[in-house]
Design a protein around this ligand. Structure first.
Ligand SMILES: [Zn+2]
Length: 219
């Protein structure tokens, strides 16, 4: 087990603080010190994110993804995926503001659900029958299946009042805290920064007015 939450927040250069993989997917464009940063900058980065997010786990699937590094089809898929990510962001922001996602976005999700259904199959295990999701990666567009399934899950299963944006940055998350009072993407990233700022504000407010400012007017 990892010692602290902070250890798990960044995996291979990607942020995982959202409690939902599809929101972590949105957070592949965070604002870092150098400004808004596209972390899915190329197919190689997508490969790393798919593995870091546990979307791609089997050796066979990893090998398939590695085979796409020079693939124009994979590059074209990534372009579409990023466009979709920004429309998903718009839908999530609407939800956070108490609105429904746009009809055009739901139509796009429906079309992708039809084109890329998640396949399942039944197996016997421990004297029970279990249902397992099949995720066969043969071509880049097969990645739509888990992405669109997770999108549909977010829109229909997640408690919308718990979908939130960090008070201090662009990162979205699902608040799974008991009290439902989570405000920041992470204590390490924004929480501490805001706490320090609040502390400094308080300190300034309680400090006596400065009376010893040098007076240069008579020089
Ligand atoms: Zn933040």
């Amino acid at each position: 087990m990892q010692g602290s939450q902070e250890v798990n927040e960044w995996i291979d250069g990607f942020l995982f603080v959202a409690n939902k993989s599809i929101l972590d997917f949105l957070n592949t464009k965070p604002v870092l010190e150098e400004g808004p940063t596209e972390l899915l900058s190329d197919v190689r980065a997508l490969e790393r994110w798919l593995i870091a997010s546990d979307m791609v786990t089997s050796p066979k699937a990893k090998a398939a993804v590695r085979g796409w590094r020079q693939s124009p089809k994979a590059a074209a898929f990534l372009d579409r995926l990023i466009t979709f990510r920004e429309r998903l962001r718009e839908a999530v922001v609407r939800i956070e503001n108490g609105s429904l996602p746009a009809d055009a976005f739901l139509a796009e999700v429906n079309s992708l659900l039809l084109q890329h259904p998640r396949h399942t199959s039944l197996h016997k295990r421990d004297r029970k029958v279990i249902r397992e999701t099949l995720f066969e990666l043969r071509k880049p567009t097969d990645i739509w299946a888990p992405i669109i399934d997770a999108t549909a899950d977010l829109l229909t299963e997640a408690e919308w009042s718990r979908i939130r944006k960090c008070e201090s940055c662009v990162v979205h998350f699902l608040d799974t805290s008991k009290k439902g009072s989570r405000r920041w993407c992470s204590m390490n990233i924004c929480g501490n920064k805001l706490k320090v700022a609040a502390y400094q504000r308080r300190k300034r407010a309680t400090m006596p007015p400065r009376t010893t400012l040098p007076d240069f007017t008579n020089l």
